[in-house]
Ligand binder design. Structure first.
Ligand SMILES: [Zn+2]
Length: 390
């Protein structure tokens, strides 16, 4: 028998649908049967009513970028001093010594906060993280990260083959590039081609900080010196281009690419990103934590770029909750987004990107008939952050 979930407000996040007041979502067999005003749903369906009270109900949320293998680094890295001091503090730790029980408890906590999807990037522990995600209740993409400049490029072995991921029906393994200075152009292209051949999403850190621009443009930067001194990069020829035009020229930007950060971008870069139909994942609290500046939110929105939010790892943030990321962003950009525009960054927009590429994810992102019955209750801090815009 259908069950009616009644709430003071419901944001279905379906284009063209209103934010309903005194509304209900009708659920049957863990799927959404209908949504609309409570009176209308009550007349249409028999079944028990669960009154959630004075809350705003939204689709379950997406965290589109994180590094679970660094969960144990919470509070152990250097905040606010820029990228090089932050990386130094990271390298002083056992950065890749994944704490599996801690990761599992974080995932459980996320689910309890109404998160249903997580895109994770793992450099050293991709097979383990894929298993952990497959056995969680979350939908997911488990990226393994290609990093370095091998002389012979074979991206194939980087794609994790996992039976439990396939059997979960809630996720996929894919391969990501690290960044344009740390992953060779050949390897980036090979990874992108591999993901494309399997209809998988591709992701890379792009235009995150000023040192990245300097390395790509001139080959001179304290960060490059650090990477050389630690043996991460041996020889390096600067391509002489800024990150976005370089990525575009390498054929990395299209509708199946997730560009993470996009902080140091120009107006021309934004036009290029919009034309490429790539999705941009902002990580505003991570950018603040490291001290690299902020992406131009208003300009990206006005250009029509598909935007979503990620927390990045706990090596550069305080929690993995998409709602906390959204309320931080909205508080610092008063009046720039409506509540529904903001919620789209953690529901509808990432579903538009991941939905066609990752099994099961097309059932998330909005509250409409046929979708999975996965909801979230929008926290008061988020609602208050949008009072100026609404
Ligand atoms: Zn990252």
């Amino acid at each position: 028998m259908p069950e009616l979930f009644r709430a003071a407000k419901i944001a279905p996040m379906t284009p063209g649908w209103p934010l309903y007041e005194d509304a209900a979502v009708v659920v049957h067999d863990q799927a959404i049967l209908d949504v609309g005003s409570f009176d209308h749903m009550r007349r249409k369906y028999e079944g028990p009513v669960r009154d959630l009270g004075d809350v705003t109900l939204a689709p379950a949320t997406f965290n589109s970028h994180t590094h679970l293998e660094m969960t144990h680094l919470l509070g152990k890295t250097a905040p606010g001093q820029g990228f090089v001091p932050w990386v130094k503090s990271l390298l002083a730790q056992n950065a890749y010594g994944v704490d599996e029980p801690l990761v599992r408890s974080e995932l459980l906590r996320l689910e309890q906060k109404g998160c249903a999807f997580l895109a994770d990037i793992s450099t050293r522990n991709a097979p383990l993280l894929a298993e952990v995600l497959a056995s969680s209740g979350l939908y997911f993409t488990a990226f393994s990260e290609a990093i370095g400049t091998p002389s012979q490029v074979d991206a194939g072995p980087l794609l994790v083959q996992s039976r439990s991921v396939a059997e979960s029906g809630r996720g996929a393994c894919a391969v990501a590039g690290h960044a344009l200075y740390s992953t060779s152009a050949e390897l980036m292209r090979a990874v992108k081609a591999l993901d494309a051949a399997h209809n998988l999403p591709f992701s890379l850190h792009l235009a995150e900080h000023a040192d990245e621009d300097a390395i790509l443009l001139t080959g001179k930067s304290p960060f490059l010196d650090l990477l050389r001194s630690r043996g991460f990069i041996t020889d390096y020829d600067a391509p002489g281009q800024r990150p976005i035009p370089l990525a575009a020229g390498l054929g990395l930007l299209d509708a199946a690419t997730l560009c993470v950060h996009c902080v140091t971008i120009t107006d021309a870069d934004i036009v290029m990103l919009a034309q490429s139909r790539a999705t941009v994942c902002l990580c505003p609290r991570s950018n603040e934590f490291i001290g690299v500046g902020q992406a131009p939110l208003r300009a990206l929105l006005e250009a029509g770029v598909n935007l979503c939010l990620g927390t990045d790892g706990l090596c550069s943030n305080f929690d993995l909750d998409p709602f906390a990321e959204l309320s931080w962003l909205a508080q610092r950009n008063p009046g720039v987004m409506s509540l529904c525009q903001g919620l789209a960054l953690i529901t509808e927009n990432p579903a538009r990107f991941f939905g066609p590429l990752v099994p099961g994810v097309d059932r998330l992102g909005s509250l409409e008939p046929g979708k999975a019955a996965r909801f979230s209750v929008v926290p008061q801090t988020v609602l208050e952050a949008f009072t100026d815009a609404d």
